[in-house]
Design a protein around this ligand. Structure first.
Ligand code: SAM
Length: 365
């Protein structure tokens, strides 16, 4: 679903509240920065507003209401209102839901064009909030290093003892009822951890073994359900034996990968000089256009396919462009005619390029 609204963002929310309340997975805002400049694309809109704080307060309030409970808010801003903005958003989202400040490098330090300025500012900023503190960024997993996944457990006799130990269902196999072999490393095999040193106290499985399984005696294989929820649904342990005073536990590859966390090291200095070309012919929006790569990154860590993204300050339509190309739904609002026309051209360019039918509605707020 793609909708481009022409009109004021606050009016948009007031008139379409029922349609959008609690629906957006991501709200991206790139409002006028109140930098009191009027060069480039700023001649199409007013970048000086005595009532900026009041205006943004309303926008943040409406954004909060439009977000799903698992949603994110990302706002672009520069130094002029950065600190003021942080206070305003904290009020609506709660300080505890501020995820972080992401400096976005957009200028080369050598390319100093504003010779009257006191210093050469190379950064803009991105503030990211979540509606709910439990919500995490979506991130890729670094796959497990397979080298150590070389243990295979084979059950020879299924007549195990079934018990409940400390709230968990367990199956206990005596010596001779099972076989543990070392094989070629593979995704189907398990990694063995010896429960010694810190693993006895600082690791959930290690501690569970020491408190609940060690006393079962030597040479037992124990399957404990509910200890590896993110992987197999159970975890295997083997108790101590004649050769080894420690117990061991086994990990599957399913829960061995580590998430690769997003960083706040965003550098678009190589892209910005050619940004006028993004979106195709007739879509330049000098000094106000965001790199597609920035939006791609935000969308990738906060949304899944078909989620709804709302942008209340459309500009040249970077957000809807990236949403179309990455199969996210999008509603975009733009007040002024010139940028609104750029958005239309940009979407026509995408349709021409990708040669597929995309249904877009152009509406008045
Ligand atoms: C900084 S630009 C956004 C640029 C955009 N992110 C891009 O990549 O092209 C801000 C846009 O917000 C629009 N705008 C300003 N006030 C608005 C309002 N009250 N409602 C809707 N749009 C508004 C301006 O016309 C301008 O196009």
């Amino acid at each position: 679903m793609y909708k481009v609204y022409r009109g004021d963002s606050c009016d948009f929310y007031k008139r379409h509240r029922d349609e959008v309340k609690g629906k957006a997975k991501l709200i991206y805002l790139d409002p006028p920065y109140n930098s009191k400049r009027n060069r480039g694309a700023r001649k199409y809109y007013n970048d000086s507003n005595m009532l900026w704080s009041l205006f943004i307060s309303n926008i943040i309030n409406y954004s909060y209401e439009m977000l799903r409970d698992d949603g994110f808010l990302a706002i672009s801003i520069n130094q002029t209102e950065l600190f003021n903005l942080k206070g305003i958003v904290d009020e609506y989202f709660g300080e505890e839901n501020f995820i972080g400040l992401f400096p976005v490098k957009i200028r080369h330090k050598e390319r100093q064009l504003m010779i009257n300025a006191t210093f050469h500012d190379v950064y803009e900023y991105l503030l990211i909030y979540r509606k709910n503190k439990q919500q995490r960024f979506i991130c890729e997993n670094k796959p497990a290093n397979l080298e150590k996944f070389c243990y295979k457990i084979t059950i020879l006799d299924r007549n195990c003892r079934k018990e409940e130990i400390n709230g968990k269902q367990v199956e206990i196999y005596d010596a001779g009822m099972y076989k543990i072999t070392k094989e070629e490393p593979s995704e189907d095999n398990l990694r063995r951890y010896i429960i010694a040193g810190k693993l006895k106290t600082a690791n959930w499985s290690g501690e569970w073994f020491e408190n609940n399984l060690r006393a079962l005696g030597n040479d037992k294989l124990v399957k404990v359900y509910g200890l590896e929820n993110e992987g197999l649904g159970y975890r295997w342990f083997q108790t101590q034996n004649d050769k080894r005073v420690s117990g061991v536990y086994f990990q599957s590859t399913l829960c061995a990968g580590r998430p690769i966390l997003p960083t706040n090291d965003l550098d678009y200095t190589e892209i910005v000089p050619n940004i006028y070309k993004e979106g195709g012919e007739g879509c330049d929006f000098k000094d106000s256009k965001k790199p597609e790569k920035l939006l791609e990154w935000i969308i990738s860590i906060t949304t899944n396919k078909d989620d709804l993204v709302i942008d209340l300050f459309g500009g040249s339509g970077t957000t809807i462009d990236v949403c179309i190309k990455n199969s996210r739904d999008c509603i975009i609002v733009e007040k002024h005619l010139e940028p609104y026309n750029i958005i239309k051209r940009r979407i026509e360019n995408i349709i021409k390029d990708c040669n597929k039918k995309i249904e877009i509605e152009y509406l008045n707020v």
